[in-house]
Design a protein around this ligand. Structure first.
Ligand SMILES: NC(=O)c1ccc[n+]([C@@H]2O[C@H](COP(=O)([O-])OP(=O)(O)OC[C@H]3O[C@@H](n4cnc5c(N)ncnc54)[C@H](OP(=O)(O)O)[C@@H]3O)[C@@H](O)[C@H]2O)c1
Length: 306
């Protein structure tokens, strides 16, 4: 079991002292987006959406534990969060290793003296050893590649939620956000393992929301659409593929990680105090079928029918 990495600021060893906000409405709408004194864990925080979420939560006043596979990968996010003057600690861990998700949660809670917010954002596509995605229909996807995606995206999510439960139950303002995907809502051929794991996260969020509501714990699933990150570099670095994908996005462009982070802050904060068990799609409208009536021209598909 690895230990938390060294913090980058003197404040990083000091537990949060500010009184956390509660899951009750406040007099000011804008103030309800604040997280002053909240203790938050963000997984997959080394880059992409997770980094943007970490910065948004820090700007809103949260103290943070950041997780990804290595401390080195987390270094620049840790440094950026520290600029907000918040406590920030790196807890590395490979969520594909059995038992590691629970250890990350326990170490995060120990480092911060509890947990009020968990944004579980780490996730993977089926990938080659060099990191490039495997885009194959299910009938051609080897079972080990299916299992590696389910291991990180679903099994680690369940373990993380299980371990987070006692800390969230002890919090005055608990919120659990699972970073799912629009792929878990619409049909997503060529990525069935990913889509199934993301649909399972939505189901888990709904079940946990119902089961944990009387303990005051809110659980929601956040579903980004096509967002410009390392995960989607295979597409946004490929002009024809990007053009084809965006022809199916009513807003006609890629999302930025910051646009997803703004929704994560909403779900994490008392601004969404009466919202639980929901699936929030931040997808530029890609989940809205128009039956072709919007008249948006569609280039030919780069994917041959299998
Ligand atoms: N980008 C999109 O279009 C999009 C759309 C819908 C949903 N999402 C979801 O949003 C989340 C973030 O996506 P992203 O685009 O920001 O992806 P990304 O740029 O590939 O970043 C993925 C993050 O997850 C971490 N991670 C990957 N495998 C891990 C493992 N085995 N153990 C621990 N951490 C691991 C990575 O850390 P290290 O590699 O440094 O360990 C990194 O911080 C994912 O759950 C993804 O499914 C993304």
């Amino acid at each position: 079991m690895s230990t938390p990495a060294a913090a980058t600021t003197p404040a990083a060893t000091t537990p949060a002292t500010t009184t956390p906000a509660t899951n009750t409405p406040t007099s000011s709408t804008l103030a309800s987006f604040r997280l002053d004194g909240s203790r938050a864990l963000v997984t997959g925080a080394s880059r992409g959406i997770g980094r943007a979420v970490a910065l948004a939560l820090a700007e809103a006043g949260a103290d943070l534990v950041l997780s990804a596979r290595t401390s080195e990968a987390l270094k620049s996010t840790v440094e950026q969060v520290a600029e907000f003057g918040r406590t920030v600690i790196a807890v590395p861990g490979d969520l594909g290793e059995p038992g590691r998700a629970g250890q990350v949660v326990d170490q995060a809670a120990e480092a911060l003296g509890g947990l009020d917010v968990v944004v579980h954002n780490a996730g993977v596509l089926p990938s080659q050893p060099d990191g490039s995605p495997i885009l194959l229909p299910l009938q051609h996807l080897p079972q080990p590649d299916w299992e590696s995606v389910i291991s990180v995206n679903l099994n680690a999510t369940a373990a993380l939620c299980r371990h987070a439960h006692p800390y969230l139950a002890a919090s005055r303002s608990p919120s659990l956000v699972l970073m799912s995907s629009v792929a878990g809502v619409i049909g997503t051929p060529m990525m069935e393992s990913y889509a199934a794991s993301k649909a399972a996260q939505i189901s888990l969020a709904r079940s946990l929301a119902a089961g944990w509501a009387r303990q005051g714990i809110r659980v929601n699933a956040l579903c980004p659409g096509w967002t410009r990150t390392d995960m989607t570099a295979f597409a946004h670095h490929n002009g024809p593929l990007s053009d084809w994908l965006l022809a199916h996005v009513p807003l006609g462009r890629w999302a930025t990680p910051e646009e997803i982070a703004a929704a994560a802050l909403f779900l994490a904060s008392p601004a969404s105090a009466y919202l639980t068990g929901q699936t929030l799609l931040v997808d530029g409208g890609v989940s809205v079928p128009d039956g072709g009536l919007a008249g948006i021209p569609k280039p030919p598909s780069p994917f041959a029918p299998a």
